[in-house]
Design a binder for this molecule. Sequence first.
Ligand SMILES: [Zn+2]
Length: 79
Amino acid sequence: MDSPVCKKDMFVVEYKQIELDYCHSCKGVWFDAGELELLLEAGGLKGAKQPLGDVLKLPDAQTLEKKRRCPICTTNMKK
Ligand SMILES: [Zn+2]
């Protein structure tokens, strides 16, 4: 998979039995759907429920940074 930031090839790393895509160039990490929740649970943050549910309802962050396309389906991602 290509990094959505710098378009370099990403490495697959396994952390706590979760496969993450890591970019050596920009140090970015890609989480597939549900993987962030798995990681939070593995880190003992199960009490921090709906970590993403509320975030997805927020209006786009106010920033001049350009939107990035999803490297999997190339749709523009929400901030
Ligand atoms: Zn990158």
